[in-house]
Design a protein around this ligand. Structure first.
Ligand SMILES: Cc1ncc(C[n+]2csc(CCOP(=O)(O)OP(=O)(O)O)c2C)c(N)n1
Length: 362
């Protein structure tokens, strides 16, 4: 696969076209009908949750949130390929992968409500917390990969970053070390065409992101990130390859962020309606759904049946998060130092005075 889709040739690995028809039978993964339907349902659940979270944010019930809208096939395929002992090292836009690892929506809600407990992912095995400092998580991923190799374990690390993140020094450090030490890490770059308002055309002079693998002496592949089957096949192959000691793999997942960068952003300021419409044709759910409907494995009726169930489940987990016990103000101050330094003590007093003043104004 990696020879055939050498990123130097700027060739995109696809299995289905924009209408859900198979165009690359040779690489079609061996998945049962049930597995494919489940994959679609998981993506649909993630999309429903994602749209609902934006709506909660607009109602003032949750803080800033980075929508996953349009990128669901990447997390969905990662979730399906990852094994229980494998590691997930997230950025912040891979909801389907967190859920597949065992994180709950409630925990995600808590995270975006500002609770520390939202980073615990209590029942999920081998997952790091969400990482907002761009690309910093890749260095951790390489470190975990080094430990796996050192202790001869049968594990693979799936590490996420965006196209903007590839311009960070941490990206270089992580891939350079990973290549040198041949650690079992798959670096998944979600190239959603924008780093906030910075378009891919000015992010890098490289023809694509996968090509950067050549300089690190590792395998790389550019995949249609809106094609569930292509993502699944590429990740499955990458996991096998890297798990057998052949070094890390760089998977560029070419996609489009259909939503805003976060709920604080307005993409109409920097991209056109025409561009959005072009990418709508490549929507990952639309394509997998067309495939399933063609095979008589799914229907509009079935979709209409499950969406209200999903919404109910999402609302119920959201309400649980809303009823989570409030953190005390002391928490803001007490966890940084063993003994609180003087300036923090002063700030604490000021804050208490401020809150008393607010209370009196009511
Ligand atoms: C080190 C660092 N610099 C800047 C920021 C502010 N910031 C948050 S998201 C973002 C853009 C990230 O773009 P990309 O890596 O393409 O990921 P995407 O948001 O598109 O998923 C920036 C610059 C940050 N969080 N961390």
């Amino acid at each position: 696969m990696f020879k055939e889709y050498n990123p130097i040739q700027d060739k995109l690995f696809r299995i289905i076209d924009d209408d859900g028809m198979i165009i690359n039978k040779e690489w079609m993964p061996e998945l049962s009908d049930e597995q494919i339907v489940n994959a679609y349902k998981e993506m649909l659940f993630a999309r429903t949750a994602d749209l609902q979270i934006v709506s909660y944010q607009r109602q003032g019930r949750i803080y800033t949130y980075p929508p996953n809208y349009g990128q669901e096939a990447i997390s969905g395929a990662t979730g399906a390929v990852m094994r229980e002992d494998d590691w997930l090292v997230p950025a912040f836009r891979e909801m389907g992968a967190y859920l597949a690892k065992g994180a709950t929506l409630k925990e995600l809600f808590l995270y975006f409500m500002g609770y520390e407990d939202g980073s615990l992912f209590k029942d999920a095995k081998n997952i790091l917390p969400i990482s907002v400092p761009i690309a910093s998580q890749l260095v951790h991923a390489t470190g975990i990969g080094y430990e796996i190799k050192y202790n001869n374990k049968d594990q693979v690390v799936f590490a996420f970053v965006g196209d903007g993140g590839t311009s960070e020094g941490d990206f270089h450090e992580a891939l350079n070390f990973a290549g040198t030490w041949k650690v079992p890490v798959i670096f998944i770059v979600q190239n959603n065409q924008y780093g906030i308002s910075t378009p891919f055309s000015v992010q890098t002079a490289s023809e694509n992101i996968a090509i950067k693998s050549v300089a690190y002496g590792i395998e790389g592949i550019m995949v249609d990130g809106n094609d569930y089957f292509a993502m699944y096949a590429a990740l499955k192959n990458a996991a096998k390859r890297t798990g057998e000691g052949n070094g890390p793999v760089l998977v560029e997942a070419v996609t489009y962020r259909k939503g805003a960068h976060t709920t604080s952003d307005d993409p109409t300021k920097y991209r056109t309606k025409e561009e959005e419409e072009e990418w709508d044709k490549k929507d990952p759910l639309k394509r997998l759904k067309a495939y399933l409907i063609d095979k008589k494995l799914w229907s509009e009726k079935e979709e209409e049946r499950v969406i209200p169930q999903y919404k109910k489940e999402i609302d119920s987990q959201f309400e649980e998060a809303e009823n989570y016990p409030e953190s005390s103000l002391d928490d803001v101050f007490q966890f940084m130092y063993d003994e609180m330094p003087e300036d923090l003590q002063k700030q604490k007093v000021e804050q208490e005075k401020f809150l008393t003043w607010m209370e009196e104004r009511k």
